[in-house]
Design a protein around this ligand. Sequence first.
Ligand code: GRF
Length: 203
Amino acid sequence: MKRLGVLLSGRGSNFEAIADQVAVGRIPAEIAVVISNRPEARGLEVACARGLNAVCIPSKGMDRETYDRLLIRELEAKQVDLVCLAGFMRLLSATFVRAFPQRILNIHPSLLPAFPGLDAQKQALDHGVKITGCTVHLVDEFLDAGPIVLQVAVPVLDEDTVESLSARILTKEHFIYSEAIRIVLGGNFRIEGRRVVAVAPTA
Ligand code: GRF
């Protein structure tokens, strides 16, 4: 059974959606550990309540390399196969990315490469785009930049606020994150340049 490590910093709704899919067997894996860099993260409480292995490694005041080495140690100790960033509000170092080559996923609430970084939904509204969405991508050393595994488009309505748009995008996030995890765990893809291309499963 493949082992997932989930990293979060806050609400943890994407983590919950993943945990639900794991629980019903639609993601063929187990959640080996949930790590938060913030002690107050709701996602950490949810993980505890679900009886999962929930760990807080506070990042406050720690330099990136030192912190990331702690993360690597914890994830390796739990023999994690795939790292899922689910609202983890920290940039990861090259050291971390190299420790899990093509084995780190992130979800972002826009159609990347549009609107990377913070407040992507507000960026989309402010820019006046008519379509935005969400993206699951493999993580490289740059912000919201690695090869794209899945995207879903979400229309922007005239009456949208940041809250209403974020809520509609979030529903899609919860769906595509689990799908992307299934694709990556299944291994039936190869990376050509920046493109994640499906390959037929071997018989
Ligand atoms: C989501 O919008 C995700 O796309 C972004 O951070 C937010 C996390 O929400 N990276 P949650 O903690 O999963 O509810």
